[in-house]
Structures are given as C-alpha cells and as structure tokens.
Design a protein around this ligand. Sequence first.
Ligand code: NAD
Length: 497
Amino acid sequence: MAKKFQNFINGRWVDAASGKTFENRNPARWDEVVGVFPLSGKEDVEAAVRAAREAFETWRLVPAPKRGDIMRAVGDLMVARKEDLARQMTREMGKVLAETRGDVQEGIDTAYYAGGEGRRLFGHTVPSELRDKFNMALRVPIGVAGIVTPWNFPMAIPTWKIFPALLCGNTVVFKPASDTPATATALVEILAEAGVPPGVVNIVHGGGGEVGTAIVGHPDVDCVSFTGSTQVGKTIAETAARTLKRVSLELGGKNAQIVMDDADLSLALEGVLWGAFGTTGQRCTATSRLILHEKIHEKFLAMLVDRVRKLRLGDGLLPSTDVGPCVNKGQQETVAGYVRIGLEQGATLLTGGTVPKGEGLDGGWFYAPTVFAGVKPDHRIAREEIFGPVLSVLKAGSLAEAVTILNDTIYGLSSSIYTANIDAAFRAIRDVRAGITYINAPTIGAEAHMPFGGVKQTGNGHREGGWTVYDFFSEWKTVYVDYSGGLQRAQIDNYAK
Ligand code: NAD
C-alpha cells in the first residue's frame, strides 16, 4: 500500500474536502508509487487562507528574534534528517543523491540565515529636517503569502520563500508542484515540529489550474511568490494584478556558457558537463547553450562529446549514476520533440538524441545526454527553454560576438564565461544581460546568501536569496515622532520663502 499524505490546514492534517486524491510516482521506476496525495480544490484553499489570515494577527506580534529561534530549530531538524529527505527527493523527482543532498543543504543554509536575520531585519533611522522630531522606517509584515513552487528544487525553492516570509511575520499558504509533494510535506512537518504555530504555515496539494489559481486570485492573499515557467508566470501576473497584490516571479532561462580561446579547456569542460547535464538539464540555470570561440571550437567539441558519451544514466539512488531521468513522461516527450526540431532546422546531432533502453532504464523517463553543433542563433533549440539534457553549441569569432549571441534571448537568468583574460572577464560582467554571471565557473551553483534571480522575461525584478528576499516579504512603514510640542510643517516652516 502506498503511503497516504494529507493537506496541513490550521495545524491539522486533513484530506481534500472532495476526498479526491492523486498519485506521485518515481520517475526512474514508474511502477513505484511514492505516495497518494489530496487532489484539493477551491474550498481547501479557502480554509487554508482563512487559517492563515487568523494566525497572522498573533504571528505578526511574535518578536522577530523569536521567529528566528524557530527558524534555527527548523535548520537543526533538517540537518538531522538530511539523508532521509535527500533519498525521498531522489525517489520522487529523480536527480542523483549528491544533488538532492545539496538541495536539502540549501534549505539548511537558508534556515540558519533566516535565524540570524531575526536579530537584524534592519530598518533605517534618518535625521528629520525639523527640530525635535525623529524619523525612522521599519519593516512590517505584509500578511498572507501565497507560495507556488516547481518540482526541480523541491526543498530549496520552498525554503527560499517560506523561511523569509515567516521570519518577516507573514503567514503562508503553500502549493508545491504535484510532481514533488512528498518533499514539500516533509518540510511542513519540520516547520510544525520546530514550533511554527497552527495556521501560520498551511500546505494545499493539487494542480496549478485549481489550487494555484485559487491562491493567486484570492483577495485575502496579500502577496504571491512564484517560481516556475515563464508561461505560467505571465498568467499569475495577470491574475494577481486584479487585486494589485505584490508578486515575485522567478521564471525560465536559456543560459549560456562562453569558452574563449585563452580559457583553461579542461576546466571549461568540467563546467559545461555539470552545467548542462546536472539535474538532467532540468534547472532554471542549466547551461542550454555553449558558445565556443572558433579557434578552439573543433578541439573542445571533441573533448566534450567524448565525455558526454561516458555519462552514466540511471536511478539517482545508485552511486554509479551521473544523470537521472526526466521528471515525467511529458518532460521526456518535450525533450524528444526539441531534438526533432533541432534536426529539422539543420543542426548537427553529435551524440544522444535517443530514449535509451535496457540496463535498468526501461521503467523510467530517461533521455540520453544530447549535444547539437552547428546551431544558429535563430534555431528554436537556441532560443526556447528545453528543460532537459540537451546542449546547443554555437560558434563565435570574438568576445563581442559571443556576448551578442549570449544576450540574444528573451531570458536573462544565469551566464558564464571561461577565460584567462581579466579584461575579457570584466567586459563580460559589464555587457552580459543576466541576473547572474559566473567567471570560470558553470551557470549553476547559487549560494543561499546571495541574491538570485534574472532579468528580462526570467522574472519581474525581485530577487530571492540573501538579504534581498527580505525586501519582497516586508513592507516599509515610515514613522515620524514629533516631540517639539508644537505643529511643525515639513517643507514649509524651514523654507518659508
Ligand atoms: P510550471 O510553471 O509548470 O509550474 C510551477 C508551479 O506552478 C507548479 O506548482 C504548478 O502546479 C503551478 N501552476 C501551474 N499552472 C498554474 C496556474 N495557472 N496558476 C497558479 N499556479 C500554477 O513549472 P515547472 O514545470 O514545475 O518547473 C519548471 C519551470 O520552472 C522551468 O521553466 C524553469 O526554468 C522554472 N524554474 C525557474 C527558477 C528560477 O528561479 N528562475 C527555478 C526553478 C525552476
């Protein structure tokens, strides 16, 4: 019998009001059911928002350092359960164990950062233009935060949002991706165990169209933090605009790595292998395009193809596995579809391009790591997010041309350049239009205490991570205290003429 999971609303574990359920399966062994989850609807969202709204009135009064203490306890529980959480995550979404351990670690880092922030949450004191008057600006919570997340970082991304939201004094209604509900449930269990009071965190499982839409459109949800595809992000922005709620959108990417002719090619090779095929290419920061200087183009391609062919596909729980499966059948079909498009548009398939068979791969959604050369900037595989193990290689004659190709996309999340030339590195830092630029490192590898997010259609200008996410989850309240005993008029009394 598969394990049965529930929603968590107002401190109680409950089924969906309709009683309906959905299954979550292991993408490496599709006959293995990870769990059965509530297929929730509008009425479940309604109950969760009501609970969060009520709990807000007490949670907002808990001193921030106390909220920080709870966040530290959350971090401690995550440390104690790291291995179990990682294994469960690999079972439900497929990436290899080293990566799911890293995913949990990112949550731990975020918890301890939030713990410390409880004793900071700095505001500003600023001199007044008038005598005997005191000016300050304080951070205050916003209210109920709707949190909607994708499946590819099922622990890290929810923690990036939920921990700062709580630390700032907001309450939360959380809808995780339906491909990764078990990891999300484990996170909520930890929050409750660490002392988050009833109603402060609520989880409602189910589909984006029902549960996600109901959260985003709810008039009592004050802000929404969403990570997912650009397409869904646009719908969310439109829906949220009707109630003018604050929205943070972290969306798709089409990230590129440049390799210049003076680069350390072995280092650049390790970088692109990790960037393109880590998490089976299913990262918003995955290296989807490789831009090679023409002088090293042939040599680097030969090195690359040799190594890509040696990558071992398999169940992420096995130590021998380099690359796990796609998360589900739909994602595998999307990848296969883009490979067909690449061939039709005239790119050269160097390796991969197949659904592998045998050797324990038949029961999962595997796709062979794939490299296309001869890709032109107007090819669809150079422009559209594939979200799978497919790398498109383009050629450039100079740094300026490489940067132009890199910038020729509607997205702007991560970017990378390998070069030994410091001038080239700084030109790239200046000219590349992306939220993140790595020098001599791959496009993936965010650290929890640094701002994270993208420009152009990768987002709407907010940042997760580090200190910047606290700006999203708090409002500024400006306070003036006049202790002069008389009426003082700003702009007027000091400047009478
Ligand atoms: P998705 O957009 O399909 O789904 C994300 C979440 O939104 C899920 O929980 C889903 O159920 C929900 N959802 C779907 N439709 C909705 C709607 N109409 N209203 C409200 N919620 C809705 O994305 P995905 O397939 O889960 O994840 C992959 C995508 O996420 C990729 O495009 C990837 O680049 C992006 N991503 C971005 C970042 C980032 O930080 N920029 C990080 C990870 C993933």
